[in-house]
Design a protein around this ligand. Structure first.
Ligand code: KG4
Ligand code: ZN
Length: 338
């Protein structure tokens, strides 16, 4: 059978990324141009700045991706592009670029859901992974428990009622002036702290599959304010470790419970927070105790990248789920919606 070459484009937030894949799971190139340095001074992503930077970067990212893959544009079979969820201006840069390429090359275009892309990063990392399985999606904007019933067939069984887990990491880091994005910094500082120093709330831990992290965030902010008012020393490492303990305990407990109760043998992690070293450690330990096969992607495939979008787009393409030129950006696109 002829190889299928996918060109994938991702620009939903602050990473401009283009990848080339062979047969969906083999990454020939995956170029990621991150804008983190640019947004750092604002303490978070500034949407308008992100869109402008995507426009500046995208040509160069494409030529690097093609050169590294040693592929010419004419050799591509289809284009996969993130069309939601994300920042509308940022999404439109990648989407318009993809449409322009699809039109000039006369190739099909497949719109990809960014969160479904995060889940598909596991197919790239684990070549033998096949649905069905359970997945815990933990990113800057989403926290979901999702049953992956088939390639690109999903059912959400749990979600956050308020903040996403990554958002909680970013917000408490900001409150302590630790920098942006907060997740990796909190992860690092927590290693030197005592996770039992402060007893932060573990919301909804024994109730269903939904999550809630805004109460935990407020508890951390209240703790910091109370300490400041009393002029007492704040041990940042202990705050990070105790906060992380509360988040990870809830995430890991619910993910394992859902996997067992829904009768799956495999659990995967997806999204930026899946880089968290304590989450990986804890969920691996619990999985072993419960005879669950736990899988997660390499950190560079957990955070935003176009390879994961290409893999997801490939499965849509082989199922003949392509879009036409009327495809528009959908900032609040839901999992499973097309
Ligand atoms: O998936 P992602 O790259 O972008 C979204 O689609 O949102 O996730 C970014 C999120 C940020 O909130 C960041 O702080 C978090 O992932 N993150 C981490 C770690 N690395 C990235 N959170 C906790 N621990 C980490 N090591
Ligand atoms: Zn993402």
């Amino acid at each position: 059978m002829k190889d299928i070459i996918t060109l994938a484009i991702e620009s939903s937030c602050d990473e401009t990324s283009i990848a080339v894949l062979k047969n969906g799971r083999e990454v020939l190139s995956n170029i990621v141009s991150t804008q983190i340095e640019l947004h750092k001074k604002f303490g978070g992503v500034v949407p308008e700045v992100a869109s402008r930077k995507h426009i500046e970067n995208i040509d160069l990212v494409l030529s690097e991706a093609l050169t590294k893959a040693d592929i010419k544009l004419e050799e591509i079979d289809h284009i996969a592009v993130t069309y939601g969820p994300g920042l509308v201006g940022a999404l439109l840069v990648g989407l318009s670029y993809a449409k322009g390429l699809a039109f000039t090359l006369n190739k099909p275009i497949v719109g990809v859901n960014h969160i479904e892309g995060h889940i598909c990063a596991n197919y790239i990392e684990h070549k033998d992974l096949k649905p069905p399985f359970m997945t815990l999606v933990v990113s800057g904007g989403h926290t979901h428990l999702v049953e992956v019933k088939d390639y690109n067939t999903y059912e959400i069984i749990g979600r956050t009622k308020d903040d996403a887990s990554g958002e909680a990491f970013d917000k408490i880091a900001r409150a302590m002036n630790l920098g942006y994005p907060g997740g990796p910094i909190v992860d690092k500082l927590a290693k030197k702290g005592n996770k039992n120093a402060i007893n932060f709330p573990k919301a909804l831990i024994d109730e269903g599959y939904d999550f809630s992290f805004s109460g935990l965030k407020s508890a951390v902010l209240n703790y910091l304010n109370a300490k400041k008012m009393k002029n007492e020393e704040i041990i940042v490492e202990d705050v990070c470790a105790s906060f992380q303990e509360a988040v990870v305990e809830v995430l890991a407990t619910k993910a394992i419970k859902a996997t067992k109760e829904k009768g799956y043998n495999t659990l995967t992690l997806a999204g930026g927070v899946a880089c968290n070293s304590y989450l990986r450690e804890k969920i691996t330990k619990l999985s072993k105790e419960n005879n669950i096969d736990i899988k997660y992607p390499n950190p560079n495939l957990c955070t935003d990248n176009a390879a994961m979008i290409g893999c997801c787009g490939y499965y849509e393409f082989i199922n003949k789920n392509t879009h036409d030129m009327s495809l528009n950006a959908v900032p609040n696109l839901k999992i499973g919606q097309r």
